[in-house]
Design a protein around this ligand. Structure first.
Ligand code: NZQ
Ligand code: ZN
Length: 372
């Protein structure tokens, strides 16, 4: 576990950057335990804290400078998706000359990156086993993701006990993010994907069962263990097999959290039900299958739409039951910048987002209006 992280790191490097968030790992004592383990294994390190939720590009720049100036060649992330994504940004920037943001906006190809390892404290984003990094550029408040196999962590330490100190609100956001990663994959136009449908349904049911258990008792080891494993499997691309996911809701949410700095999971709780209402008729049968199998809705063979809508209603009820809102207002977000978000999400209406249904700027605005 995390007390042995030094030995794990030493297999890759002896001079590393340790990167983390706003301080939770200092108050829980985790930082001290990791530092002791690194010292014991003879690994030298520099520490850089201060990663904010919705990690900022400017801190990644600082990390890149630290790695270059001190010849550090490995980044150890301690934290949730934000610390891990910021570490991945540093890993890209430190291994390449020039501006790291260029990778996020498609101006450059990534051919090398420093290796990254993680100690996960928050089961949610799945970054501990994903090829993605999502960073916010304060110039224009653009939140953008980048994917590369080179970003896949060399190892991740998953100890459910590290999640015990999370605030309940964050736990709810994490469960919602995990569920969203599964729903993004579930709503697909790919055919002959029955087996992976079943895997996705089982994982969704796990989140729906275990999320409320951890929120009821934040030190329930067994429930956290189930949720943590579900969160990793939800996003490590196993459940992409043979199918193309949608990801439109994620793209829309990133505009909300990029501008308003809300928690990613809380944003998804607002966007996903609205997106579903907008695209329901694209493939009613898939929504019916989801409602019946995941939410135990009784099939109304004479009214498929009612069955599909009942599933969406159960999703909303689940989100409310774990303490999240499902309207923009619940995030403290008004309607005045909907068109701006729709244009940013679609790069000025030049790009369509999502795959299940490809949305232009007008349709993104419609989804956001439904969320209002
Ligand atoms: O910064 P500290 O003090 O550590 O506090 C954090 C932060 O305030 C706190 N926290 C984390 N672990 C804790 C804890 N507090 C007490 N005890 C613990 N054990 O939780 C807060 C949120 O942390 P953060 O890392 O921001 O949360 P999350 O894991 O949800 O990450 C969200 C970010 O990941 C991106 C999101 O867009 C967002 O920026 N995503 C990354 C993905 C990827 N790389 O594959 C995919 C996702 O879809 C997502 O987009
Ligand atoms: Zn997500």
């Amino acid at each position: 576990m995390e007390n042995d992280v030094g030995a794990e790191v030493a297999r890759h490097s002896r001079r590393i950057l340790v990167h983390f968030g706003g301080g939770s790992i200092k108050t829980t004592g985790l930082y001290d335990r990791v530092a002791a383990s690194l010292n014991k294994a003879g690994v030298e390190f520099k520490a850089l804290g201060g990663v904010k939720p919705n990690p900022r590009l400017s801190l990644a720049h600082e990390g890149v400078r630290l790695c270059r100036d001190n010849k550090l060649d490995f980044v150890l992330a301690i934290g949730g998706g934000s610390a891990i994504d910021s570490s991945k940004a540093i890993a890209m920037g430190a291994a390449n000359d020039g501006e790291v943001w260029d990778f996020y906006v498609g101006k450059r190809e990534l051919t090398r990156a420093l290796p990254v390892g993680t100690v996960l404290t928050f089961p949610a984003a799945g970054s501990e086993a994903s090829t993605a990094s999502v960073v916010t550029n304060e110039e224009g408040w653009l939140k953008r993701g980048f994917n590369s196999e080179l970003l896949y962590p060399k190892f991740s330490i998953l100890n459910p006990e590290l999640a015990f100190t999370l605030p309940k609100f964050q736990a709810a956001c994490g469960a919602t993010d995990i569920l969203s990663h599964l729903m993004e994959r579930y709503f697909t136009n790919s055919r002959h994907v029955a087996f992976v449908d079943r895997l996705l349904e089982a994982t969704m049911k796990t989140v729906i069962a275990q999320g409320p258990r951890v929120i009821a008792n934040m030190t329930d080891y067994d429930a956290w263990a189930e949720l943590m494993w579900a969160g990793t499997i939800a996003h490590n691309n196993l459940l992409n097999t043979g199918r193309v996911g949608d990801w439109g809701s994620h793209d829309i949410e990133h505009e909300i959290s990029g501008i308003y700095d809300v928690a990613h999971g809380a944003g998804l709780a607002v966007v996903f039900p609205a997106w579903m209402k907008h695209v329901l008729h694209h493939d009613l049968d898939r929504f019916v299958q989801w409602s019946v199998r995941v939410w135990n809705v009784e099939l109304d063979i004479f009214d498929k739409e009612a069955t599909a809508r009942a599933g969406v209603a159960r999703l909303e009820a689940f989100l409310h039951s774990i303490g999240l809102g499902t309207t923009l207002a619940s995030l403290g977000v008004g309607t005045d910048r909907i068109d701006e978000m729709a244009r940013k999400a679609t790069d000025g209406d030049k790009r369509r987002i999502g795959n299940f249904v490809k949305l232009d700027a007008a349709q993104v605005a419609q989804v956001l209006k439904l969320a209002a």
